[in-house]
Design a protein around this ligand. Structure first.
Ligand code: SIN
Length: 333
């Protein structure tokens, strides 16, 4: 590479750095990590561990500010904020990417993954990893997948069979797949930001929801829902993302160290997620406000049959091959 090209690259990295907020070499790079859930959840814990390790291993070079509970940006604003560089790391649920990458709708297809291990195998596969880099033309780089857990249905009545959901209003994330899932049950989905769910349930704007136990407990959803059906009908998982220009403009040593830290934190989050969901399930039981309904295999099959037509509706957008690859992950070699 000749000198002129080297100088041009160095100048553009420096200018990029200034635009994205890196100033002097002696001032730390501020990394804002915003999310919508509580510190006690798998994502909340992961964000705090990332801050701890980044500040320990890059002292004076990096300062991480974590904003939980939609305190900086909520659903609907956080992605725009990332794209303009007002925040640097997010971990939106995989349901919230449909405007950027339709294939990611795969993860919301109901009853696709048998368990979190299958989800993990798919995410580590070539097909799963390729989704992380599939939005770079839109300015979004995926850094890893973080688990929460399997979703459970909740309502202010017992949901034992699909017919029980008919006519109920369910809060859904901003996702066409999840919208269709509830329409398949002849229920009424209402798209609603995460931070508004508790009030929506409390005031009766919606009658039910779908969440893993950590989100139910930390948002006190159990206090406004009389029943939880342990349906395990879908996954709530996250993609840890950054602004591509911000990430590429970081000094190489910082980017490399952060990459290693993220790999370490990802393992920790994904190892801990199931235990955190079990802990919060037990806390819900202890609270005594809500009855947990366990389905027989036949009942679960009936729920599966009721929502299975959703797969065909999204097959063209997601891709039959990707669905097949996800199904393969249910069979460990
Ligand atoms: C989250 O866990 O980040 C929130 C998911 C939701 O909106 O239900």
């Amino acid at each position: 590479m000749n000198r002129l090209i080297q100088r041009l690259i160095a100048t553009s990295v420096l200018v990029g750095g200034l635009i994205m907020g890196f100033s002097h070499a002696d001032e730390p790079i501020v990394i804002k990590f915003s999310h919508v859930v509580a510190d006690t959840t798998p994502k909340g814990q992961g964000a705090l561990l990332f801050k701890k390790l980044a500040e320990e291993r890059l002292p004076g070079q990096v300062q991480v500010e974590v904003y939980p509970n939609s305190s900086l940006y909520g659903d609907g604003q956080e992605m725009d904020a990332l794209l303009v560089g007002d925040v640097h790391i997010l971990a939106p649920s995989l349901a919230k990417f449909e405007h950027f990458q339709k294939k990611i709708q795969l993860f919301d297809l109901p009853f696709l993954f048998d368990n979190m291990e299958a989800l993990d195998r798919f995410q580590q596969s070539e097909a799963g990893q390729s989704l992380l880099t599939s939005m770079e033309d839109k300015g979004i780089t995926g850094l890893g997948y973080w688990h929460n857990g399997l979703k459970q249905l909740s309502a202010n009545k017992a949901l034992q069979v699909p017919r029980d959901a008919r006519g109920l209003k369910f809060r859904v994330q901003n996702s066409a797949v999840l919208d269709e899932q509830f329409k398949a049950l002849r229920a009424n989905p209402r798209k609603m930001a995460f931070a508004e769910m508790y009030q929506g349930l409390q005031t009766g704007v919606v009658n039910g929801a779908e969440n893993p136990y950590t989100n139910i407990y930390s948002q006190k959803i159990h206090e406004v829902q009389s029943h939880i059906t342990e349906s395990n009908h879908g996954v709530l998982d996250y993609m840890l993302i950054t602004n591509t220009d911000f990430w590429n403009g970081l000094p190489e040593n910082v980017r490399n160290e952060l990459t290693d830290i993220i790999a370490e934190v990802t393992v920790e989050v994904n190892n801990q997620a199931a235990a955190l969901n079990e802990r919060d399930k037990q806390s819900i039981i202890d609270a005594g406000t809500t009855e947990i309904i366990y389905l027989t295999p036949e009942q679960r099959e009936a729920w599966r049959d009721a929502v299975r037509p959703v797969w065909e509706k999204f097959q063209d957008q997601v891709g039959a091959e990707l669905i097949e690859a996800a199904l393969q992950s249910n069979n460990p070699q």
